[in-house]
Design a binder for this molecule. Structure first.
Ligand SMILES: Nc1nc2c(ncn2[C@@H]2O[C@H](COP(=O)(O)OP(=O)(O)OP(=O)(O)O)[C@@H](O)[C@H]2O)c(=O)[nH]1
Length: 824
């Protein structure tokens, strides 16, 4: 049957209904009432210490799990841990909010948890800061409204302020000079200080005489040659004695005020080159600023004692230490503090080629560009300075000129398969993978024992197996997987890559990234009473929808924690039948879905069959047998153009950039010239690693690490695509897609996800609603698409990204997956 279509009026009515539904469904209301009564009963006399709103908030977060709600309320409101309480601990937390934060109700309104309807306040409670605020709680600036009568300005026209109302600016007192200086008057010196300063001065003078101009100075002279003249030098010397200022608009720096030149101010050595302008250091470099915009600090010259301790003002100026601030991105492995302090890899290759007296046949475009630049630089004498800094990167790697498809067909002794492990939060995904690796002897028992002991200290010994996969401290502290964890193992026939996905709703984008690298999936379901139902309402459902949308066709459904339901065959049957119906409704074929009852914690039916007599009724395959029987569902796209989405970037000390990801289509071999999109930077493939093995080539479907030369990682981002320079992927910001709606769709802001690529944009228009089966147009330009409907929509992104027809993408909005489909 064709999906219904809607006119404007219908839309208004239905949308109103939708808004109402958003509040709370009748089933939720019943569950909430029942849950509230049960929690109050469980709390007994303590129930009076919490409000109904707090109880209901906890129940909502825990999907009506009474035990968890009681534990959370007790921990947060009834008997909060003393260390989490600030000095003036609150008697009562603001109702319905984040718990023990002692703010007045009005200010507490400004606190918002990371997401209002987070799934598990228990996780929040695990990571609270000093004030008892969950560490992910964002505080918005609390601005007290000035207490001014609303009529105060009534008799005051713009720019015509009566004299008696004018405010007088009183300059704040200047800082008094201390031991480290800061006073405008000459600081007093002890005899010892004076002696030390004299020695220092002499040593400096000697050093100055011996000083040779470093190549960097030559470079800076060249870059600023236009703005330099004699006048500049004179102003520069007038200013000698203070600090070069960071432009207040470009980064943090000392308090600055326009137009005032303090007595002791100095320029640095670069500043000395300026005249009617001063040199301002910004994040992006050093540039000249006109004199009328002169920005000067109130800070004063350091004392003699400070100079003795930290060196002279001249030295301090050269190093610029006071103006250097650690930026968060400098922690990133792909960040290079001095990206341009070395010659570019292209320069090095060209220099090597010039030396060898030959040209590369397939030199990339960027190399040619760089050749021209280098010639220009040579003319200006810059090259001689720069060449002294060169690191020899060697010539481009040689290609063996292999027929990769033939090699693959001849050498494919073991197949490769990647699977993603999905399911609702706490279903037991990481524990299951930890157990699998333990049983396969890829992890030692003593390692798990160590994790168990470490876990005991923070009351999380049950997570010991999960920690085999969850390696980050934040994941361990919170007891949740945050990002995809990758691991490898092999059986007799197959080399497997595990992609353990997070189950928490906050990390669905990471789950999407994992699912888009997988050939098939393990869906883990918690068989526990209540847990299974919560999962179906939560991420079990969302993950299955996403798997289907991303093209995953094969599933192993691991019905987990059977130990907790006494290996009940009825429970296993009930879950299998219900999930099977749900899956076939979404288009999964029965023959591609296998149900296996397991206990990840105890290792039943994973590699060995369960020894629990209560579970003897199960005679089907174990998990490992199920894995061996699964594999890539479609023929690999070997003959298509090479495409690989970057999921990780590593930079070695030797200057090699390694990119990890799955080859979506095509083949590669060492020596290939590739392009990284959207930056358009080209590079050579230096080496290829498959798992831990070095390879000459790789093909579609394999998860590989590719080392590139001649590229600066500054041009590469996670989510970018590598392709061959001969067949590049296009970049664009406007796409038409055939989308299946999970929620109402209309022109609205959205995020587009493809693997690790996330791009913000909006649904610009809906071209038509389509028939699900035939794809025929049902209605042109509808105002809204109903959940379950299929439509052709136009998406406009804020930036250009590498995407092409035939790719599967997911559309999310405000933390919810609202649609998925194919780019046309
Ligand atoms: N009794 C029992 N408990 C289990 C089993 N599998 C996992 N658990 C427990 O369930 C809890 C959650 O396990 P995890 O492996 O972290 O769950 P997860 O699905 O990986 O969680 P996220 O990745 O955060 O979504 C842990 O306390 C495990 O010990 C099982 O088979 N039986």
């Amino acid at each position: 049957m064709a999906p219904p279509t809607y006119d404007d009026d219908d839309f208004v009515d239905q949308y109103d209904d939708y808004e109402e539904e958003d509040e709370m469904s009748p089933e939720d209301k019943v569950a909430m009432q029942k849950g509230t009564a049960e929690v109050q009963k469980a709390l007994g006399t303590e129930a009076s210490k919490v409000t109904v709103a707090q109880i209901q908030e906890a129940l909502w977060h825990y999907y009506y799990d009474v035990d968890k709600s009681v534990a959370y309320l007790t921990k947060t409101f009834i008997a909060p841990a003393p260390k989490a309480a600030p000095k003036a601990a609150p008697k009562k937390a603001p109702e319905g909010k984040t718990g023990a934060f002692p703010l007045p109700a009005k200010q507490a309104l400004f606190l918002r948890t990371f997401e209002a309807n987070r799934e598990s306040p228990e996780h929040d409670a695990y990571s609270t800061n000093l004030y008892g605020i969950p560490s992910h709680t964002r505080m918005f600036p609390i601005m007290e409204k000035p207490r001014i009568s609303p009529t105060f300005f009534d008799d005051m026209p713009w720019l015509d302020i009566p004299k008696d109302r004018e405010a007088v600016f009183i300059e704040p007192p200047r800082p008094v000079g201390g031991l480290l200086g800061g006073s405008s008057s000459a600081p007093k010196m002890s005899k010892l200080q004076a002696l030390a300063a004299l020695r220092k001065k002499k040593a400096e003078e000697k050093k100055d005489q011996e000083r040779v101009v470093p190549p960097e100075d030559e470079v800076s002279k060249l870059s600023l040659s236009d703005s330099r003249n004699k006048e500049n030098t004179s102003l520069g010397s007038k200013l000698r004695g203070g600090n070069v200022q960071r432009d207040s608009t470009t980064g943090p720096g000392p308090l600055v005020q326009k137009g005032e030149v303090p007595s002791g101010a100095v320029s640095n050595s670069i500043g000395g080159h300026t005249g009617s302008s001063t040199i301002v250091e910004s994040e992006t470099g050093v540039y000249a600023k006109p004199e009328e915009e002169l920005v000067i600090s109130h800070s004063h010259a350091p004392s003699a004692f400070a100079r003795t301790l930290f060196g002279s003002a001249l030295e301090a100026d050269q190093t610029q230490r006071p103006n250097v601030f650690a930026m968060p991105y400098t922690q990133s492995s792909s960040f290079l503090a001095n990206a341009f302090s070395e010659p570019s890899p292209d320069d090095i290759v060209l220099a090597a080629q010039a030396k060898a007296g030959k040209k590369t046949p397939a030199a990339p475009k960027a190399a040619k560009k760089s050749q021209k630049n280098e010639e220009a630089a040579k003319e200006s004498g810059l090259a001689s300075s720069v060449s002294s800094l060169k690191v020899n990167d060697g010539p481009p790697p040689n290609s063996k000129g292999l027929d990769v498809i033939k090699e693959f067909e001849q050498n494919a002794s073991k197949r490769n398969a990647s699977f993603v492990v999905v399911g609702h939060v706490d279903a037991g995904k990481s524990t299951l993978m930890g157990r699998l690796l333990l049983e396969l002897k890829l992890v030692e028992e003593r390692t798990v024992d160590k994790y168990r002991r470490q876990g005991e200290k923070i009351g999380k010994q049950s997570f010991a197996l999960a920690w085999v996969m969850d390696q980050r401290s934040e994941e361990r502290d919170r007891g949740v997987t945050i990002d995809i964890a990758t691991n490898h193992f092999e059986t007799e026939s197959t080399k497997f890559t595990i992609l353990d996905a997070p189950g928490h709703r906050d990390f669905v984008p990471n789950m999407i990234a994992g699912a888009s690298q997988a050939d098939f999936a393990i869906l883990v379901i918690d068989a526990n009473t209540g847990a299974y139902e919560k999962g179906l309402k939560g991420q079990t459902r969302e993950h299955v929808l996403l798997l289907r949308s991303l093209g995953v066709q094969q599933l192993i459904v691991a019905v987990n924690k059977l130990d907790m339901v006494g290996w009940s065959q009825d429970r296993f049957k009930e879950i299998s039948e219900e999930v099977s119906g749900f899956l076939t409704g979404l288009g999964f074929q029965e023959k591609h879905v296998t149900f296996i009852p397991i206990s990840g914690l105890n290792g039943d039916n994973i590699v060995k069959r369960t020894e629990d007599a209560a579970g003897a009724w199960y005679t089907g395959p174990t998990l490992i047998q199920g894995l061996e029987a699964s594999g890539p569902s479609t023929a690999r796209a070997l003959k298509k153009p090479f495409r690989m989405a970057i999921s990780e970037i590593f930079r070695s000390q030797q200057g090699t950039t390694t990119l990890a990801g799955r080859i979506d289509s095509g083949t590669i071999q060492i020596g290939d010239t590739v392009l990284v999109q959207p930056s358009g930077e080209s590079a050579y493939i230096k080496s290829i690693m498959l798992d831990t093995e070095a390879k000459d080539w790789a093909v579609a479907g394999q998860n590989v690490s590719v080392a590139l030369t001649n590229i600066d990682p500054i041009h590469i981002k996670i989510g970018d695509i590598i392709c061959h320079t001969t067949d590049p992927i296009a970049v664009g910001d406007t796409f038409t897609m055939k989308a299946m709606a999970f929620e109402h769709l209309m022109p609205m802001p959205v995020d587009l996800h493809r693997g690790r690529l996330h791009a913000a944009g909006q649904i610009q228009s809906i071209a038509a609603t389509l028939d699900k089966a035939t794809g025929e147009v049902i209605k042109k330009k509808p105002k809204v698409v109903q959940p379950g409907g299929v439509a052709r929509i136009l998406i406009k992104l804020e930036a250009k990204v590498p995407l092409e027809a035939g790719q599967r993408v997911v559309i999310r909005s405000e933390g919810e997956t609202i649609a998925a489909g194919l780019l046309e």
